[in-house]
Each structure stands twice: as structure tokens, then as C-alpha cells.
Write a protein that binds this ligand. Sequence first.
Ligand code: NAD
Length: 268
Amino acid sequence: MALEFSGKTVFITGVALGQGRAVALAFAEQGANIAGLDLGEKISYPAYNRASKDNLNKLAVDLEQIGAKSALFPGDVRLAEDVKKAVDGAIAAFGTIDVLFNNAGIAAYGLSHELTEQQWDAVLDINLKGAFLTGKYVIPHMIKQKKGVIINNSSVGGLRGMNRLSHYAASKWGMIGLTKSWAIELAPYGIRSISIHPTGVNTPFNDGLAELEGMSPQEIAERSASNLLPVPWIEAQDVADSVLFLASEKAKYVTGSQYVLDAGLMTR
Ligand SMILES: NC(=O)c1ccc[n+]([C@@H]2O[C@H](COP(=O)([O-])OP(=O)(O)OC[C@H]3O[C@@H](n4cnc5c(N)ncnc54)[C@H](O)[C@@H]3O)[C@@H](O)[C@H]2O)c1
């Protein structure tokens, strides 16, 4: 039986760890080629970041083990030349990009009036400008193909205010504007654009925020999430299940909208 994404190519930013990695493995299990980029080395902000080429290499090996082809590149989504190189590399390897998962993102705490301009810029540039830049290089290929799906990883932080995370919330609300504008601009080409809004997810990101606060991951998840369903967080696999559904034909009329994966948080 043919796998659901056989022969399709999925491009993922922040592919090496957490949700990006889980989504890559889930698409690969369904026959997709995986392309994408992630930082090849540690950046200074946020302090929890432990990016390294080893994470990318490990993913490439794991993908190969399940029989998937991959084209993974070290790079920073803030840098147009890095993004272009990865997109060009994906097209050279596979010919098309069928699904784009704009996922790279960071967070760190600080009252808005105490954030430095550099901290504000880092969060906005990685979380929002990175998605714009990746779209800028991927979308022309999707337009040529007259098909494609873009899924932007926002957050519940894109649906409400967040204490000591104003830069994060602003970047995640910005994802909605970008998602909806892409949906309008790209519908004539059969391209869909959706944002997803997970509650706290059990990833190195959550561990990193806990480390910054001197708390356990469980405590940080409960403090920031307070889900309606009795779980402190959801797993990266839960996000992957939703992303695969949204990228599939079953979701062919879902575009411009916000897919809320919040264990009931926003209903509180
Ligand atoms: N974990 C959560 O609780 C949670 C909840 C809702 C939404 N999100 C969002 O989901 C996305 C993925 O988060 P995660 O939990 O997997 O985080 P993570 O920290 O576990 O993984 C993020 C990946 O992005 C990469 N990355 C960071 N900056 C980058 C840059 N400038 N260029 C390229 N790659 C970069 C990191 O190296 C890492 O591999 C983020 O956008 C995050 O804001 C996270």
C-alpha cells in the first residue's frame, strides 16, 4: 500500500530537535523526503540553546534508518543566504517542496520594559522573520507547482498575552497575520496556509525555559500552560499527528485558520 506522503518533500525549519524532529520522523514514516535547516552551532540567546551539527547528523542517520531520503543544512533562519542555500539544496535533491513547516523558534523571559533591543530582535527575527524568509524562498516553487501546504508553528502565546514573554507573544501573534495573508495571496495557486497553536510541548525548549527559571520542566509547564485536560504538556508526537493531518488531503479545505492544540487551555 502506498504511504500517505510517498514522493512528497517536506521542508522544516528547526528540524534537529523537539517538534521539528518529531514532525520530520513522522512524515518520513509516511514516505516523505525530508529537507530543512537548523543551527549548526550554539547561539548566545537564549542561554538554553544547545544547537550543534551533531543533532542534524543524528537526525539524518535516524531518517536513513527508516528508509527516508534527507537534505539537511546547518543555518540560521534569520539569514537569507542560509535559508536560500537550504531551499536551493532541497530543490536540487528532490525537485519540489510540497509542505513547508515553519517551526524554528525560541523564547526567554523578561518584562517587556526590561528587554534589550537585541533580545526583542532575536525573538522577532527567529520566530517571525525566519518564517517570512523561508516562505520567500519556498513559495515561488509552490506557485510553479500550483500546490503546497504551509504550516506555521505559532503557540497558545499567539492567542493571548504572556507574562514576561511579550516578545514571544508578539512574534506568535505575528504568525497569524503572516498565515492569513499567505492564505489570501496563495489560494489562487491551490496553496494552503495554516497556523498551529500548541500548549506546552515536552521538548528541549520546555526544558530550557525551566533551566532559565531554576524550575523543573513539570513546574514550568504547569505554570505557563494550566491545561483544562489533566496533562502538564503534550508530546511532540501529538503535534506531528496534527501537522500530518493538516498537510494531508483530508484537510484540503483548511486554510487561513488557526488550529488550536491546547488541551483546552484557551477555554479556561
Ligand atoms: N515547546 C513548547 O512548549 C512550545 C509550545 C508551543 C509552541 N512552540 C513553538 O514550537 C516551535 C518548536 O519548538 P520546540 O518545542 O520544538 O523547541 P526546541 O527548542 O526543542 O527546538 C527548536 C529547534 O529550532 C532550532 N532553532 C532555533 N533558532 C534557530 C534559528 N535561528 N535558525 C534555525 N533553527 C533554529 C533549534 O536549534 C532547535 O533545534 C517553536 O517555534 C516554539 O515557539 C513550542
